[in-house]
Design a protein around this ligand. Structure first.
Ligand SMILES: [Ca+2]
Length: 321
């Protein structure tokens, strides 16, 4: 007996491809829709129904659980695609401090408070937005909000010299309109040189062709916008891009800071990154600093800027102004 399941229950977008669930020898597997219905004019997208051959041979409960799981992801993805229009997104700010623990800047962090699902952690919705492509719109929104914030800060003596770091995904960075839009925002909001910093992970260097990357970096640099390498040391830490591209800051990933007071290995890595940053004349920020001992150690090896719960959690900007 075949079970008929509405397409919305069994189709989902995984890595940009629509998939359906189909029975296989090992149970139920996801298969790309295009492949399954390549020659079929009556593809499920057109009549809205997928007939899945779920016979007594497979475990119906496991199938229903998989379907429920996919349905939940699907609904959350739908909600995410409406989050901007529903004004459910906001930015929180986490301070970055110097050696005397004076605030020198902030990192803007995206938060999603869904009317249907409540607070969704960034670790859940950011990768989802990356997969669906929604990150392009979300990232553009965060960038413009950050520029508005910098414009406000410029008029306040306390915040006028602060920098604002904005996370930019590789997907967003590589979008054809990104650099042009960035330059437009810098002009529109009168962002002073050095105030805005884009935080990119090393994946940007992996997925972009060298000449194009160099061109983008140069235009960003010419617009007075800095580039920080985020989570340094956890990805593809090629020295080539540090040599060829105008990077203004390196952020040491939290995983090297967590145990740094005790771990000789972490100390070796952290000290090497600080020496590298110094030799290249780029700034260095230690991320994830949570204790006085970590701060004392990091200062003793020459780190110049710090970020983490020890100095402040991500909060509404009103907390800091
Ligand atoms: Ca970051």
């Amino acid at each position: 007996m075949a079970t008929i399941i509405p397409a919305a229950f069994v189709s989902d977008v995984i890595d940009g491809a629509i998939v359906i669930l189909k029975e296989s020898r090992s149970g139920i597997e996801a298969a790309p829709l295009e492949r399954e219905f390549a020659d079929d004019a009556t593809a499920p997208a057109s009549h809205g129904i997928v007939s899945a051959a779920l016979t007594g041979l497979c475990d119906q409960r496991a199938v229903l659980e998989q379907i429920a799981g996919l349905q939940a992801v699907h609904s959350l993805q739908d909600a995410l695609s409406n989050a901007l229009a529903r004004r459910e997104l906001s930015l929180q700010y986490q301070p970055i401090v110097d050696r005397s623990q004076k605030v020198i800047g902030m990192e803007a962090l995206m938060r999603w408070n869904s009317t249907e699902y409540g607070q969704i952690p960034p670790a859940q919705f950011i990768p989802m937005a990356e997969r669906s492509g929604a990150i392009i719109c979300l990232g553009a929104w965060a960038l413009e909000e950050s520029c508005k914030q910098l414009e406000k800060w410029a008029g306040n003596a306390k915040s006028a010299a602060w920098t604002l770091s904005v996370n930019v995904s590789a997907h967003q960075f590589n979008h054809w309109s990104f650099v042009g839009e960035l330059v437009r925002l810098v002009e529109q909001y009168g962002i002073a040189p050095g105030r805005l910093i884009l935080e990119v992970t090393e994946s940007v260097f992996l997925n972009t062709e060298g000449n194009r990357l160099q061109g983008s970096f140069q235009r960003i640099c010419d617009a007075g916008v800095g580039i920080a390498v985020d989570d340094f040391g956890t990805g593809f830490s090629s020295m080539g891009y540090l040599r060829n591209l105008s990077v203004s800051r390196i952020k040491i990933d939290k995983i090297f800071i967590d145990e740094v007071v005790k771990s000789k290995k972490d100390q070796g890595i952290v000290e090497a990154i600080i020496m590298l940053a110094r030799a290249l004349e780029v700034g260095v920020v230690a991320e994830g600093v949570e204790t006085a001992e970590q701060l004392t150690y990091l200062k003793s090896v020459g780190c110049s800027a710090f970020q983490g719960f020890y100095f402040g959690r991500p909060s509404d900007i009103a907390q800091f102004l």
